[in-house]
Design a binder for this molecule. Structure first.
Ligand SMILES: [Zn+2]
Ligand SMILES: [Zn+2]
Length: 324
């Protein structure tokens, strides 16, 4: 199976996103880029450079539903008539973008409130969401892809891994013979992936995304991948380098948890207060990532028995375990 990496421009801070074209049959595209004409031109051009017209794409697979990875999915489907696959937990948001954006807006506002953020911060988060919503359009149909499934491309069998954390329906694709891992945003070579807070399932208010993410990282490490095809950045070759990358990410989160523990001991009592110490002047576009970062690490510290963290409907209160 030949693999072509197609860098696609985005208007976002993260820069280019990678789509991957896997030579089939069936000709398989992994991710698309955001809904812009520039991204479409790059995606179509990349597919053409690999020797195929865009309507030859026989299948589109999404690593996760973020705008930079899935924004052009509808346009690809319109051009190629191919099925689109994603984890079932994300189907609602892919099919009903407006409804999903409304639900997410409610969740973001409520999360900011519970984190103790001021009104202006919640407004900035919602304004950012509004901007992002312009970079996607709803799909008319999506097929399920979940843990344990196999994506067969020519003679290669890619195993589907459900890897929640960065997104609750995040998928990675694993080819054990060559040790190749297509990781989406779950593992990136140059930036750490944010375990963005998401609405909960099964009656819970939110998912414990960072707890899930660290379990995912441990799982990926245990596979001992030798080649990483990430959602952003260059392909990374070499088992030792990859092991060092994952170890570095795990160490980063341990250090961040210790840092936050120090702030709690020093008297910080809400996630927002903690975030102000860690990121005194955050770009408004990153405010929700900052809140997610702090809340996620408080989950870890609470699991460890180091802090009491929670509260039913009111603002979340943080305290060292065993008393205020
Ligand atoms: Zn993402
Ligand atoms: Zn991304």
């Amino acid at each position: 199976m030949r693999i072509h990496r197609i860098p696609v421009p985005t208007p976002f801070y993260v820069g280019d996103v990678n789509a991957y074209l896997l030579e089939g049959p069936p000709l398989t595209l992994v991710d698309t880029g955001p809904l812009t004409d520039e991204a479409w031109a790059a995606l179509e051009g990349g597919i053409r450079s690999a020797g195929f017209p865009v309507d030859a794409v026989g299948r589109l697979v999404l690593t996760h539903p973020h705008h930079d990875h899935s924004g052009l999915a509808r346009r690809v489907r319109r051009a190629a008539g191919c099925p689109v696959y994603a984890h079932p937990v994300d189907h609602d948001r892919l099919l009903d973008r407006p409804g999903e954006w409304n639900a997410i807006a409610g969740f973001l506002g409520e999360t900011c409130r519970r984190a103790g953020a001021p009104g202006w911060a919640a407004e900035a988060v919602l304004a950012g969401l509004e901007v992002l919503s312009g970079y996607t359009e709803p799909l008319d149909a999506v097929q399920p892809l979940d843990e344990g499934a196999v994506v067969a491309v020519d003679a290669t069998r890619l195993r589907v891994l459900h890897t929640p954390g960065h997104a609750r329906g995040a998928l990675c694709f694993w080819e054990p013979d060559t040790g190749t891992l297509l990781s989406g945003d779950t593992l990136l070579p140059t930036i750490s992936s944010n375990a963005i807070l998401e609405p909960g399932r099964h009656g819970r208010f939110r998912e414990r995304t960072l707890v899930a993410y660290l379990a995912t990282l441990e799982r990926l490490r245990s596979l001992a991948p030798r080649r990483l095809l990430p959602g952003h950045g260059e392909v990374l070759d070499g088992g030792e380098d990859l092991d060092r990358l994952v170890a570095g990410r795990l160490a980063f989160h341990r250090a961040r948890a210790d840092e936050i523990m120090g702030l709690v001991r020093a008297g910080a009592r809400t996630p927002w207060e903690i975030s102000q110490h860690l990121f005194p002047d955050p770009d408004p576009a990153f405010l929700f990532l900052v809140v997610s970062e702090v809340v996620g690490h408080l989950d870890l510290l609470a699991d460890r028995g180091a802090v009491a963290f929670g509260g039913q409907d009111g603002p979340w209160i943080v305290a060292p375990a065993g008393g205020v």
